[in-house]
Design a protein around this ligand. Structure first.
Ligand code: IPM
Ligand code: MG
Length: 410
């Protein structure tokens, strides 16, 4: 039997998981996750690693400009990720226009060939959609994660000899500056993400898979993806295969989200459509994501590191916790995942211990005074998992704080 890539390669009694607190508010939500994880107590040995802007700054102090050791991802982190069954990371800070800086997660996606970016958008109990009529939203989005405009094959300025490669470049010859980013697709790259989407639909008894492309305009790349989609669909006659223009998808997602079960799309369109889909389920604060490949997987919430709130424990821990639940499912620890998801849902429905954004998005005019901290919301969730949590809370919280210490990095 072919391996199910959405699950860990080898089932074990205990797993090793690398956790990466990342940058800024990433530390806050990872600390929240470690409180909840201790209450849940899955069979996991946690290994700390660091990466992101914090490691970029550290390596810039240690190594001169141009030295390849100046990086957001230190070699120890790569080793730890390699030697773990899975990795759980919080948000990292990316900055554009910094010479030599490369996004940490983009490097890991390519280094570990994590070709699936799995971004489900499912409405949690107690969270409402901004859409009228409360449509049922449960969309599994599969974004290709290693190719497309993210291949980093780019020129600025475009070297002279490149202008002769294609007659279409003629009209750019007299421009003052020309930049080009290549959109690279491979047949293998298309096939494996399309198969992952169909296999997921099949395994979960879902009836349709939609490919979003711009094959009508971008003929070479999206034309190939569309062709491969229609070809591979023949292997799954029980599943309805639909292909549509990605711009139309952006519109239909708002109008008729219930028409989408599984979406499979390219890297850039998936980046955009997944952010849009997350708005349908209460925003990026509730949106998990998994970077999955044949050998390992890295799970990260979709939201950013919100530097302005760094170490203030303001932001919503749900994205991080829903991401942790996704990782538990990958590790075949479904009972733990379900317990965690239920505790998150119960806390949201109970509606007492919520971070500011949740109150605000519920339209509560007293959202600022009602808001609790990231850690208090995590503690409320932890006590839904373990009725004895309050007795152990001090010890657990101290341990979580120690696990996510950041002061030594600055
Ligand atoms: C995401 C983010 C990343 C991406 C950035 C931070 C590199 O937007 O994971 O969706 O573009 O893939
Ligand atoms: Mg994005």
């Amino acid at each position: 039997m072919e391996r199910n890539v959405m699950q860990v390669k080898e089932k074990k009694d205990r797993y090793t998981v690398t956790y990466i607190p990342g940058d800024d508010s990433g530390f806050d939500v990872m600390e929240a996750a470690m409180i909840v994880m201790q209450a849940l107590n899955p069979p996991i040995d946690w290994v700390r690693a660091d990466m992101g802007w914090c490691m970029w700054e550290k390596s810039c102090k240690e190594y001169p400009e141009g030295d390849p050791r100046r990086n957001t991802v230190p070699p120890e982190t790569i080793e730890k990720v390699k030697n773990s069954d899975a990795t759980l990371m919080a948000a990292i800070t990316s900055k554009s226009g910094v010479k030599g800086f490369k996004s940490a997660i983009l490097q890991l996606r390519q280094m570990f060939d994590l070709y699936i970016n799995f971004r489900p958008a499912k409405l949690y109990p107690g969270v409402s959609t901004p859409l009228k009529g409360d449509p049922d939203i449960n969309i599994a989005l599969f974004r290709e994660n290693t190719e497309d405009l993210y291949s980093a094959v780019e020129w600025r300025p475009l070297p002279k000899e490149m202008f002769d490669l294609h007659p279409g470049m003629e009209r750019f010859k007299d421009k003052s500056e020309v930049a080009v980013s290549w959109r690279v697709y491979s047949k293998e790259g298309c096939d494996r993400i399309i198969r992952a989407a169909f296999e997921y639909a099949k395994a979960n008894g879902l009836k349709s898979v939609v490919n979003c492309n711009k094959a009508n305009v971008i003929r070479a790349t999206d034309g190939m993806m569309k062709e491969r989609f229609l070809e591979i669909a023949k292997e799954y006659p029980e599943i309805e295969a639909r292909e549509e223009n990605a711009d139309a998808t952006a519109m239909w997602l708002i109008k008729n989200p219930q028409d989408y079960q599984v979406i499979v799309t390219s890297n850039v369109f998936g980046d955009i459509l997944s952010d849009e889909a997350s708005q349908l389920i209460g925003g990026l604060g509730f949106s998990p994501s998994g970077n999955i490949g044949e050998n390992t997987a890295i799970f990260e919430p979709s939201h950013g590191s919100v530097p302005k709130y760094a170490h203030q424990y303001k932001i919503n821990p749900c994205g991080m916790l829903i991401t942790a639940a996704m990782m538990l499912k990958y590790l075949c620890l479904d009972e733990y995942a379900e317990k965690l998801e239920k505790a998150i849902g119960d806390t949201l429905v109970e509606g007492k211990y919520l971070t500011y954004d949740i109150w605000r998005d519920r339209g509560d005019k007293d959202w600022e005074t009602k808001a609790v901290s990231t850690l208090d919301m995590a503690k409320a969730i932890a006590s839904k998992i373990d009725p004895d949590f309050d007795k152990k809370a001090d010890e657990i919280c101290a341990k979580a704080k120690e696990m996510c210490a950041w002061e030594h990095l600055v």
